[in-house]
Design a protein around this ligand. Structure first.
Ligand code: UT7
Length: 327
């Protein structure tokens, strides 16, 4: 059977940085609280002229450059996002236009923080079935535009960014995605959502007054589920790939909270050095955290060709998923 492999990765974050110290000036919060409770020190924040598609295009161009693949070789584009340019059409359509690739199919995947793992799993199926040859996966989110900057329980947690990979047939005997695992549970939808603007709460003065257009989260419940589900998903994916935690060179967990990452590493009994952590610089960029961490670690020379990687994420929906792959 064919194997689908990551042929290259890239990322992009908007230039503007907002530190915890700057938030101290506008909110009842402290750098100490944010750093100790989450591991976040700063986040990148997009301007009004940098929509999600713009971050996505920049990440895609970096992924194309890093993989030595011409954009004309791409035959499908998948964008994982829950903060698209518009309610519809898909941000992937906008990105395809900006890349000058109009004509090829493109679609958005709405799986919040698990969006990249969902996209990877679906793209893998399209590659191994030979339906498509080179799929551009972009995970991009701009939560800073959908959070309430007066709500200290959510606004300190998020940042904007995009990560991208090119998925194609493995060009050696070793590399490729060995397994993926996905799950969801809509009974938990209300624990983390942006309710306003959908058809249940179409935008109106009343929904604006009630701030339904902002992200609402029950942090404690999400925290507990994140540890449980990211651990469980990765365990299942490792089993189906026939590997153990000891075999994995690096774990890339969704960057929502450093304490969540540490707890999962402890459950697997693996040293923290084996986890990729950049939440201090970028905060939670939703679907983009894993591909940003992957692309940055490759750029830093930390993650190298031939390494075995374990990826795992959990997010709104609830959704969760994991993947085991050799670069
Ligand atoms: O990406 C998808 C998933 N997202 C996540 O996985 C996030 C998961 N949740 C979390 O990471 C954590 O639950 C939070 C970081 C959101 C909150 O941490 P916590 O340790 O669960 O804090 P808490 O909600 O129990 O709040 C403790 C205290 C409260 O004060 P009282 O009631 O004890 O007086 C909060 O009001 O901390 C207060 N607090 C803050 N204080 C200063 C909450 N936010 C802040 C803040 N600055 N920004």
């Amino acid at each position: 059977m064919k194997r689908a492999a990551i042929l290259g990765a890239g990322f992009y974050v908007p230039p503007k940085v907002v530190t915890n110290y700057e938030l101290e000036k506008i909110l009842d919060t402290t750098d100490e609280w944010i750093s100790q409770r989450t591991g976040i020190k700063q986040r990148h924040v997009s301007s009004k002229d940098e929509p999600t598609s713009e971050l996505g295009v920049n990440a895609a161009l970096n992924a194309l450059k890093n993989s030595n693949i011409k954009k004309e070789e791409i035959d499908f584009v998948i964008t994982a996002t829950v903060t698209g340019d518009y309610m519809w059409p898909a941000t992937a359509n906008i990105i395809v236009n900006k890349l000058g690739l109009n004509g090829i199919p493109s679609v958005d995947i709405s799986a919040a923080c698990t969006g990249f793992i969902y996209a990877l799993s679906i793209a893998r199926a399209l590659i191994v079935s030979s339906l498509y040859k080179k799929i551009l996966i972009i995970a991009a989110d701009e939560f800073t535009k959908v959070i309430d900057w007066q709500d200290r329980t959510t606004c300190v947690l998020f940042g904007d960014g995009a990560g991208a990979v090119i998925l194609g047939e493995a060009n050696d005997d070793e590399s490729g995605i060995l397994s993926t695992y996905l799950g969801s549970d809509g009974s938990k939808a209300e624990l983390l959502l942006q309710a306003g603007g959908g058809v249940v709460y179409p935008l109106s003065q009343e929904t604006l007054d009630k701030k339904l257009h902002f992200v609402k989260m029950d942090g404690k419940e999400v925290y507990k589920s994140a540890i449980f589900k990211m651990h469980e998903a990765l365990e299942i994916a490792m089993k189906s790939a026939g590997v153990t935690a000891k075999d994995i060179d690096y774990f890339i967990f969704h960057q929502a909270n450093k304490r969540i990452i540490d707890s999962i590493a402890e459950k697997f009994n693996v040293p923290l050095e084996k986890t990729i952590v950049n939440i201090d610089k970028y905060a939670n960029t939703s679907a983009a955290t894993i591909p940003i961490a992957l692309a940055e670690a490759i750029q830093q020379g930390k993650i190298k060709k031939g390494m075995l990687l374990g990826l795992s994420a959990m997010g709104a929906g609830f959704t969760w998923g994991a993947a085991i792959l050799r670069l």
